[in-house]
Design a protein around this ligand. Sequence first.
Ligand SMILES: C[S@@+](CC[C@H](N)C(=O)[O-])C[C@H]1O[C@@H](n2cnc3c(N)ncnc32)[C@H](O)[C@@H]1O
Length: 279
Amino acid sequence: MSGELINAAREMMSTTVDKTKMYVDMEQSKAYAEHRPRYTDELFKTISDYCKETVPSLNLAVDIGCGPGMSTTGFAKYFKKVIGVDVSETQIACAPKDIPNCEFKVGYSDKLPFIKSGTVDLICSGESFNLMPQKETFAEADRVLRPGGTIAIFGYDLPSSDNPEIDAVIQKMWVTMIPYWPKDSTQIFDRFNSVELPYPGWVRNDTLKMTMRTDLAKHIGMMKSTWPVVAYGRDHPEEDFIGDISRQIEEILERSGSSTKEYNVNYSFFILMGHKPKN
Ligand SMILES: C[S@@+](CC[C@H](N)C(=O)[O-])C[C@H]1O[C@@H](n2cnc3c(N)ncnc32)[C@H](O)[C@@H]1O
């Protein structure tokens, strides 16, 4: 399933939503921590390898808009220390506490006073740069990055499953929720094609893909972690729309005759990476 249809309706999207408050509901953050995709090592290695091209060793990575840490923890294998930063206290509360070289902080992408200038080897943003004040975030990234350090931003397309009938049900739901998407989500739907990194020679990588095995409960959990579902649910307490979606998917799975009732959900990534010039 693509975001093209939703993107086409960008005029109907919200320009008023406070993007720092979209992930502050504890139930939503728990669903996020449990059901959003765990990224592959390939993604973390691709970014870390790019970073290694211009710095002697990988000491410090900072993941801005880290959520409950799925974009942060995979760097722990490559960097001596990783700091995840997110504006939402509930997202940070749901981040893991048992990874010795990972630390999580509540904070803003464009204000990182706890990070000394010129000390960071990688500043990364996963599935979050569209929500941030971009000019100010680039300026703060430039302050904290060492010469040769890397800025990387990445995202993924709305996932598609290997069952077109399930995709049709979910696509219909997203279309109903178009007025609840913040307008800046279209940057994700068009794969950050409108974003220019501030460093010369920056690159794109559109090759990485990932497949996750899922079932109805996990898939519904994933949807409950999204802002449009939370916001639409608040405005329409009389509607059991998640119950309706569940029943429709359940019927499709019954008809399919699958004994496990599991199916695949497929993700495609886009990564933008650039090196801060050395002089
Ligand atoms: C869609 S989630 C991405 C979480 C995680 N990076 C991932 O890959 O799944 C976006 C996150 O960005 C955070 N966020 C939004 N604006 C922010 C800002 N200005 N500074 C820091 N975090 C921000 C939100 O609170 C939310 O947790």
